[in-house]
Design a protein around this ligand. Structure first.
Ligand code: TYM
Length: 334
């Protein structure tokens, strides 16, 4: 790429269940904000989703759902390429090459692998080699920036290591990417326990807000959210983790800074704050939900995904060719 071209961005959200407010604040909101400034590729990593068992019908539905949510949240398919990972075969192929460059020890140290495999009798090998596939996703596009939440930073670090290792052994081929996390909300915590991240895989649905939760469900979940002892709305993640988490959500859904949120609720109790927080979240999600219903009804998502995959493939194919050539693969002669 020449110097005057915009920097590249790649990221994705797994189609492995409902998307949460954590996915929105930690990642999707930044996707939307970055599309004006960068050359963006946003994929739906379905090859990653099957590292844990998925019902085939659910996987198909959830893949379409994530794609439609991308657009509903404000990603403009004319400006950014939206595509399904498995539609671009180069991901699987470079994923394999990255696996061959990875060490068992470094993959064993990945906290996501440790969390997902802990206490399980049978652990799928796909879960173990998940991070080199993620590295391939990013490196195929020579991405400079990768908008992610805090929990993906370790995978980004590994991606940087693998890119550096490849470049050192086979010659300068890959850009070394940087993570891009929001200042507030890189780790949105569970509503019932601020020591755990908000996650769609939590069996207690009251612990997370799903992007497609109805307004009244959102109000109920927030009114039941855990709060700390005392009653002051003060940002103090060490001593008041529950209310600080809710304040972070408030800031992200209102556009206010944490200081402004704190000033606004000075002298008021948790009750008044939570009521208004629920409204900020509803105001954020309602337009997305409305647009989502329209997009699903129109069926336009399939055209968006087809043209997104075409654009992605053109870039991915060229990077994969360079990588294979550098590694010494005999390329077919035309
Ligand atoms: P996934 O699908 O678990 O999550 C998608 C994005 O949402 C962020 N996130 C959060 N941010 C803040 N607070 C939370 N509670 C929260 N929960 C989730 C995640 O950090 C992530 O940015 N491995 C990735 C998917 C992936 C990917 C990639 C990402 C595959 N290939 C290439 C970037 C680039 C994952 O499992 O994210």
């Amino acid at each position: 790429m020449s110097n005057n071209q915009p920097l590249r961005v790649l990221s994705g959200i797994q189609p492995s269940g409902k998307l949460t407010l954590g996915n929105y604040i930690g990642a999707l909101k930044n996707f939307v904000e970055m599309q004006g400034e960068y050359d963006c590729f946003f994929m739906i990593p379905d090859l990653h989703a099957v590292t844990v068992p998925q019902e085939p019908a659910d996987l198909r539905e959830q893949t379409e759902m994530v794609a439609a949510l991308y657009v509903a949240a404000g990603i403009d398919p004319k400006r950014a390429s939206i595509f399904v990972q498995s539609h671009v075969h180069q991901h699987a192929e470079l994923g394999w090459l990255m696996t061959t460059l990875s060490y068992m020890g470094e993959l064993e140290r990945m906290t996501q692998f440790k969390d997902k495999s802990e206490g399980k009798e049978a652990v799928g090998a796909g879960l173990f080699v998940y991070p080199p596939l993620m590295a391939a996703d990013i490196l195929l596009y020579q991405a400079h920036l990768v908008p992610v939440g805090e929990d993906q930073k370790q995978h980004l670090e590994l991606t940087r290591d693998l890119a550096g290792r490849f470049n050192f052994r086979f010659g300068e081929t890959f850009k070394i990417p940087e993570p891009y996390t929001p200042k507030v909300g890189a780790r949105v915590m569970s509503l019932d326990d601020a020591s755990k991240k908000m996650s769609k895989s939590n069996p207690n649905a009251g612990s997370y807000i799903a992007l497609l939760d109805e307004p009244d469900v959102i109000r109920k979940k927030i009114s039941r959210a855990k709060t700390d002892l005392g009653r002051e709305v003060v940002y103090d993640p060490q001593n008041k983790p529950e209310i600080s988490n809710l304040m972070g959500i408030y800031a992200q859904c209102s556009g206010l800074s944490i200081e402004e949120v704190q000033a606004r609720y000075e002298g008021q109790g948790y009750g008044a704050f939570k009521k208004e927080l629920a409204e900020r979240v509803v105001e954020t999600l309602e337009p997305i939900q409305r647009k989502y219903a329209e997009i699903r009804a129109s069926g336009e998502i399939h055209d968006i995904l087809r043209s997104g995959a075409d654009k992605a493939k053109a870039v991915a194919e060229e990077t994969l060719r360079q990588a294979k050539e550098a590694m010494g693969f005999l390329l077919p002669r035309r």
